[in-house]
Write a protein that binds this ligand. Sequence first.
Ligand code: PRP
Length: 182
Amino acid sequence: MNGVLSKDIQTVLLSREQIEKRVEEIAEAITRDYRGESVLMVGILRGAVVFFSELVKRVDLDVRFDFMVVSSYGSGTESGGEIRIVKDLSQPIEGMNVVIVEDIIDTGYTLKNLLRLLGTRNPKSLKIAALLDKPSRRKVPLEGDYVGFKVPNEFVVGYGLDYNEKYRNLPDICVLKPEVYS
Ligand code: PRP
């Protein structure tokens, strides 16, 4: 555990070993599903960075990378229904197999909007890989195609996930002490 940040952590929800094992399984599933094809993996910055880099190096396919930056119009920990594209893809995706890589599905608004937007660009296929899923927070129906773990409605940080931009570099997925964010 990171010595500087550990004082703010209540519990480790998912250890780095648990995460690594699950990331390996997801990579194997993607490798199986796209056998013989190339895949464009699209990381949604910034939260997905750690999951993205651990996932892509285990996928045994012809993989290309691209990235998007999106932000919600909501404030605080609540995503609004609309999203703003801060940085779009750097290339067309027509005819490509696209896998969107996210750290977490919460309300579902971000991915719902991204699916709609990228779907209009005529990819060959469009799927979602998300490390975490918080189904109890869903506002719009949305399911990931590859999901690492379903998690309870706790304030989780680490492995890319932040609170006020902090804690992203924690190697485990941790529950933050309530006094830190309340
Ligand atoms: C987080 C996360 C997803 C989104 C999920 O991003 O990375 O993109 O929220 O929430 P939703 O399902 O309610 O839309 P955030 O806006 O916190 O930015 P970040 O990736 O820079 O942490």
